[in-house]
Write a protein that binds this ligand. Structure first.
Ligand code: FMN
Length: 349
């Protein structure tokens, strides 16, 4: 069986399983070698992504907008990313495009993480606007000196918000038109919904080479809270966001939807959505992801770091924890380098 066939077999196996944990990490395990032919101290966790060298295949994903407090959060995370040699993304920069006065809450990222992999961010839906296109995307890139820009699809949230964008017709075409005019690669990103096989094929066909999964497991509770905020604008008998609580494609399945798309696929994958341990990172890479992205856990550490005023101590501690767990998972699976984490190291049950 070749790699593509192995990925497809796993995908099918996972298809009809009930969602035990939403990200599906518990449905697969890494094969454990009792006698690994590996020296723990020479395990190399480094990798390359978007032309940048990463000491660990990890990026802190964006969740911050623009404000004075967010500037402090971004400062903490940028310092942590730079020191630990991982990537950093910011949350939607649309506010800074509308109001250049708040740019500084984002520019701290380029000032404090000059060498780190950096990912700009804005909702794909803005491309529907008359005055929003490649020029604005390039502006977002410049603000943080980014290596790529993530266009996120918060589809479920948009449709649940009274003022959300509900017409997605033509968006793919708009993205396709932008690609040659945007100075850095475009990453298409989920927002808790994950990526289906049909999404993956459609994105591949318009020339997208980078996907950030953001599979189901992530921010659903925020959708529900947000819905509550607007509930007075509706005349419905219950919180409809709650009815859609279990919507979305799991992180594991989403990765397989993209990684097994074609033989020798050129698609590069950021695995995200519910990644909470270094073991999760190892599993994602075995399934075909290039690096992993984590958001919510850094929300907590960055808030603590801002509160304590002693620098990014808690955030760095969390990165070191991911690192150690990943390294141990690599050791017991007989993996000396990231490229040794392949689908052959995985089994499902
Ligand atoms: C409070 C909050 C705000 C977020 N804002 C953004 C955003 O502006 N842009 C974006 O692409 N993703 C945003 N996300 C999604 C995250 O980047 C990530 O895809 C998602 O939380 C899943 O990862 P996690 O399970 O590690 O949190 C947000 C998530 C949270 C929790």
């Amino acid at each position: 069986m070749n790699t593509l066939e192995k990925l497809e077999e796993l995908r099918k196996k996972l298809e009809f399983r009930p969602k035990i944990d939403e990200a599906s990490f518990s449905k697969i395990r890494i094969k454990d070698f009792t006698i690994p032919e590996v020296d723990y101290d020479s395990i190399d966790l480094s990798t390359e992504f978007l032309g940048k060298k990463l000491k660990i295949p990890l990026v802190i994903l964006g969740w911050t907008g623009g404000s004075e407090y967010v500037k402090q959060i971004n400062e903490i995370l940028a310092r942590a990313a730079e020191e630990m040699g991982i990537g950093i993304g910011c949350g939607s920069q649309y506010a800074a495009i509308e109001n250049p006065g708040i740019e500084s809450s984002f520019t701290v990222i380029k000032d404090l993480a000059p060498n780190a992999l950096k990912i700009a961010n804005v909702s794909a839906t803005h491309l529907k606007k008359e005055n929003f296109g490649a020029e604005e995307l390039n502006k977002c890139i410049d603000i943080i000196d980014a290596d790529a820009i993530a266009l996120y699809f918060d589809t479920l949230q948009e449709v649940l918000k009274p003022e959300g964008e509900k017409n997605f017709k033509g968006l793919l075409e708009k993205i396709k038109e932008s690609i040659p005019n945007v100075k850095k690669p475009i990453i298409v990103k989920g927002y808790g919904d994950g990526i289906t096989r049909m999404d993956a094929i459609a994105l591949h066909d318009i020339g997208i080479k980078y996907i950030d999964i953001s599979g189901y497991a992530g921010p659903n509770k925020y959708v529900i809270e947000e819905y509550n905020l607007y509930k007075d604008s509706y005349d419905f008998s219950r919180n409809i966001a709650k009815v859609f609580q279990k919507w979305g494609t799991s992180t594991v399945r989403s990765i397989l939807n993209v990684s097994g798309i074609y033989d020798n696929s050129q698609m590069k994958i950021i695995a995200s959505g519910g990644i909470r341990t270094g073991i999760n990172i190892a599993k994602c890479i075995c399934l075909g992801a290039n690096i992993a992205g984590v958001a919510s856990p850094f929300l907590k550490t960055a808030e603590k770091d801002v509160e304590n005023g002693k620098g990014p101590l808690q955030s760095i501690r969390l990165i070191k924890t991911f690192l150690e767990e990943l390294k141990i998972a690599m050791f017991v699976s007989g993996s000396e380098k990231i490229s040794d984490l392949t689908v052959d190291k995985i089994e499902s049950f």
